[in-house]
Design a protein around this ligand. Sequence first.
Ligand code: OGA
Ligand code: MN
Length: 203
Amino acid sequence: MNPTPDSPLLQHLVDDIAEQGWSMQSVFLPSDLTGALAAECRARSEAGELAAASVGRGAGQAVREGIRGDHIQWLEPGQSAACDRYLELMDCLRQALNRGLYLGLEDFECHFALYPPGAFYQKHLDRFRDDDRRTVSAVLYLNDDWQPQDAGELRLYLPDGAEREVPPLGGSLVLFLSSDFPHEVLPANRERLSLTGWFRRRA
Ligand code: OGA
Ligand code: MN
């Protein structure tokens, strides 16, 4: 895979964001890369590198499992070939979004997230009150052979009042405007893995 910002798949995502503010691509990553990222997420978890995620910012930051129960670790460039391939692809998507929509996106931050069985993330917006740089949210799922009875859907609340429930199928990507789409993660019946990230604009 040698992604460029002109690839039809990325253009399709840009068109969806322009038209409806969100997009779901069920086949976004090649399965070898999805598998490598899932293995890396599990290895980091087994090495004790994932930490309970917190809510809020600064002095108000705290772990509250009644709000969100996932465990996370941020990605840095240069940690593994698989992570670097993913970051490279997302940088192409950043450039495609900037070209098509003039969003002025400057960077992409993302973390592995592992939800143990029963964990959830209550309805929220991804934009902080005191920091509005997060502009487009991107969630890439890493779960092999996810079945409807595994639950754990992402529920998106659309601006027109409708709701969409997206199952966390391996290799699929959900993209949405961070300030416009409240969303929640429903409890799953098995471990649920993802890479969750944000395209941010200049401060
Ligand atoms: C988040 C989030 C959605 C998901 O981490 O902010 O909303 O489907 N994740 O994992
Ligand atoms: Mn969120």
